[in-house]
Design a protein around this ligand. Structure first.
Ligand code: NAD
Ligand code: MG
Length: 384
């Protein structure tokens, strides 16, 4: 039940037409009265966006690229609509479900405006974790993760201080190539990579989950969210995706958060944290039906994208931004059929060797590193 007199909180859903965006709209609809949709933005899918606008009645609608369609005159057009939506007075929570570094400005602007950012867009923290931390410290804005592993860690931490934490153990499904040999992975097709065993997600993160680049992005995300050094963040393969992650405390106790693989709960929890609310739309867990739960060491040598990303995280500066941008560009080329799977990590390796020690001093420097990495990967692919 809502406490009497409590006001409904306005949510801006950025990237509303995607996998997380559509999940978020379902979650918000079930929590009517507690939350409402104040703003929606999407990239180019204006017909789905129209349906969402009709269903949720937001005060603000933004479309980045009309793509030959004639959107209603009341919609704002262009990339600046993300920041506009994220900084509105009637928006309490910005659910950033944009894919890629394109979500960066909106996250930073929302934090500067003192908002809660329910963050699915992990690329923001990989590109500019320090800038996001500084924005929170200046303005009182906060980031609550939507990523299931980070939501699990936040839930295990409760109100405990980070001095009580020995290490974070982030689980990885292992993706479609968990049991494949390195050679077989090198020859995998787009269809193989898009066939994720436990999660249904957008295409970019699905490819990232096949190369394990996603796990590197998540380790970097955890480093910034929870303020722990990289040597205290580990990855373990857990093929069933039931244990969403674990926290080991200094006395040796390990807490895990579990549930069926579904983003309904992490999205809901990012809105309500630190409270919990009743939600019958979150699928329930049956321990017997989901047993056994197994764990394996991660095969770092066979998944170079993970190894490179962990190194980039430890090196810091602009290296994580270069890693992320090279990955984004390479995955886009792979999705267009213009690159082999093995070339994604090779592209990142090249870009990091050439550009990984660029300065990450400020946003301008990070964006320059991002642009240089994308151009480097494009040029490398054209030479082949
Ligand atoms: P998706 O491709 O399904 O959706 C992306 C959304 O962003 C769409 O609404 C699209 O219109 C919008 N968008 C794309 N490019 C844009 C741009 N340049 N400018 C503005 N908007 C743009 O992706 P997704 O799977 O929903 O993932 C979104 C984010 O959430 C990613 O950062 C991903 O890593 C993260 N995430 C996703 C899942 C999942 O289950 N899908 C889980 C954890 C984290
Ligand atoms: Mg995740």
């Amino acid at each position: 039940m809502m406490p009497p007199g409590a006001r409904s909180r306005g949510v801006a859903v950025l990237g509303s037409t995607g996998s997380i965006g559509t999940t978020a709209l379902r979650v918000i609809a079930r929590q009517a009265g507690r939350f409402h949709v104040a703003a929606l933005t999407a990239f180019a899918n204006s017909s789905l966006l129209s349906e969402q606008v009709a269903a949720t009645g937001p005060a603000y609608v933004g479309l980045v690229s009309p793509n030959g369609t004639m959107p209603p005159a009341s919609w704002r057009i262009g990339a600046s609509s993300l920041v506009e939506a994220a900084t509105r007075e009637d928006v309490d929570i910005v659910l950033n479900a944009v894919v890629g570094a394109a979500g960066l400005d909106a996250t930073l602007a929302a934090l500067e405006a003192g908002k809660r950012v329910a963050l699915a867009n992990k690329e923001t923290l990989v590109v500019a974790g320090e800038l996001a931390e500084a924005a929170c410290a200046r303005s009182g804005g906060e980031i609550v993760p939507v990523d299931s592993e980070h939501s699990a860690i936040l839930q295990c931490l409760g109100r405990r201080d980070r001095a009580d934490v020995a290490r974070l153990i982030i689980t990885a499904s292992g993706g479609p190539f968990r049991t494949w040999t390195a050679d077989a992975i090198g020859g995998a097709t787009l269809a193989d990579a898009l066939c994720h065993p436990t999660w249904s997600m957008g295409r970019k993160i699905t490819v990232d989950s096949a190369t394990l680049a996603n796990k590197a992005l998540e380790v970097i995300e955890a480093h910034f969210l929870f303020g722990l050094p990289y040597e205290r963040i580990e990855v373990v393969v857990h093929p069933q995706s039931i244990v969403h992650s674990m926290v080991e405390f200094v006395d040796g106790s390990v807490l895990a958060q579990m549930g069926v693989p579904s983003m309904e709960l992490p999205v809901l929890y990012a809105l309500t944290h630190p409270e919990r609310v009743r939600d019958d739309g979150v699928p329930r867990f049956d321990p017997v039906a989901h047993s056994p739960l197994t764990f394996e060491r991660v095969r770092l040598d066979d998944f170079p994208a993970l190894r490179l990303g962990l190194e980039a995280g430890r090196n810091g500066g602009a290296a994580p931004a270069v890693f992320n941008a090279a990955n984004e560009r390479a995955v886009a080329l792979f999705l267009e059929g213009k690159m082999q799977l093995a070339d994604i990590a090779a592209s990142m390796d090249d870009a990091l060797a050439r550009l990984g020690s660029m300065s990450g001093r400020d946003k301008q420097a990070l964006l320059a590193a991002d642009a240089a990495a994308r151009a480097h990967v494009t040029a490398r692919a054209e030479r082949r």
